[in-house]
Design a protein around this ligand. Structure first.
Ligand SMILES: NC(=O)c1ccc[n+]([C@@H]2O[C@H](COP(=O)([O-])OP(=O)(O)OC[C@H]3O[C@@H](n4cnc5c(N)ncnc54)[C@H](OP(=O)(O)O)[C@@H]3O)[C@@H](O)[C@H]2O)c1
Length: 335
């Protein structure tokens, strides 16, 4: 059996380009006793991987020649473990490769009642948990709130917008094109704005004349400062991501502290790893809502492991339509 993997060829400078990555084929090593061998079915592409391959992520790094780290939905293909028999569908930190070996404690089952397993990487996975932590654990969203969310149809944004709407809030999504705006409307956002509009601040005032009470910051400046200026008194800002800064050519400074004081604002930082203990409660509750048709998915699926570098580069330029996953067709596996 052959493994196929995508490794880091060179660190990106500015926007990542496909030549930062290289595909490698290698013979699979003999199955190691005590571990569980899985085959990746859906690989998750996430903005944080830009910091990992850039060598400036807070928790992990990838050296030149390493497999690109990341999470995947996988099927167990070799196992002597009763808890994870062959055929079990799991989440694993496999990275961008076909086959990988894991200790049982490093795996998590994908709920068997989930009819679309790739969602365990998006609205029902780490991005969904991030949205849940932001809306329900930190901001405690409720009816009457006006919630602003950039990257509105992406992994975090698509779930945050729907959670806020389900709680009875008015939701405003920010995207970057008409096509994405239409998808945001399908997800239920009450209003949709375009981050490339030269009049974004005025556009926001027009749809939220009383101001916004919750801003989930996934973007950094200039949206962060515009949002802070439009915060209603006592509003809550959750700092969660800085996608504007990830490509290395921008440094968000944020609004001056006097603005926070004037607005009597609460500003919270969010790191999803702090909410891992809530994962199974979250999964159980929201898998049910998805299966009932109450929650909608927002995925951009690319096909074949070899498409991952191009897909990643497009995602980092805002050229993808939803949370990005790579489906590894059966044809990708070589025997
Ligand atoms: N703190 C945590 O624990 C945590 C956990 C998960 C994610 N995050 C962060 O949350 C953010 C969103 O992650 P995600 O997984 O949901 O990604 P995503 O939305 O699926 O993909 C990124 C999206 O960001 C938008 N974008 C790209 N460049 C931008 C720019 N310069 N300004 C504003 N928006 C831009 C694009 O959407 P449009 O073209 O539609 O604007 C793009 O599609 C990222 O910053 C990520 O690092 C943080």
């Amino acid at each position: 059996m052959q493994n196929q993997k995508i490794v880091l060829e060179k660190r990106p400078v500015g926007l990542p380009t496909p030549d930062c990555f290289r595909i490698e084929n290698e013979s699979l090593s003999p199955f190691p006793q005590g571990l569980i061998r899985v085959r990746s079915e859906f690989v998750s592409l996430d903005p944080y991987q830009r910091s990992v391959i850039g060598g400036n992520h807070m928790g992990q790094t990838a050296a030149i020649g390493d497999v690109i780290p990341g999470e995947a939905v996988c099927t167990v293909v070799e196992s002597e473990n009763n808890e994870y028999p062959v055929g079990t569908v799991v989440r694993a930190h496999s990275g961008w490769q076909l086959f990988s070996d894991h200790a049982p404690q490093a795996l998590s089952r994908v709920p068997s009642e989930l009819s679309r397993p790739s969602l365990a990487l998006s609205i029902l996975g780490m991005p969904g948990l991030t949205a849940y932590a932001a809306m329900h654990q930190i901001a405690k969203v409720k009816a009457g709130d006006t919630v602003l969310i950039p990257a509105a149809i992406g992994g975090v944004g698509a779930m945050a917008g729907q959670l806020a709407k389900l709680a009875g809030a008015t939701t405003i999504g920010i995207t970057s094109s008409k096509e994405k705006g239409a998808l945001a409307k399908e997800l239920g956002y009450n209003h949709v704005l375009n981050r490339n509009s030269e009049t974004l601040a005025e556009d926001l005032s027009a749809v939220a004349p009383q101001g916004i009470s919750i801003y989930l910051d996934l973007a950094g400046d200039p949206i962060l400062t515009i949002a802070a200026q439009h915060l209603s008194l006592g509003g809550h800002v959750i700092l969660c991501g800085l996608i504007q800064d990830y490509n290395g050519n921008y440094k968000t400074m944020g609004p001056p502290p006097g603005l926070w004081i004037g607005k009597r604002a609460t500003v919270s930082g969010l790191v999803v790893y702090d909410y891992e203990h809530l994962r199974s409660t979250f999964e159980t509750a929201y898998t049910g809502l998805y299966e009932q048709g109450i929650l909608k998915p927002s995925e951009h699926v690319f096909h074949g492991l070899e498409s991952a570098p191009e897909a990643f580069c497009r995602m980092m330029q805002g050229q993808t339509l939803g949370k990005v996953v790579v489906e590894i067709g059966k044809g990708s596996a070589t025997a």
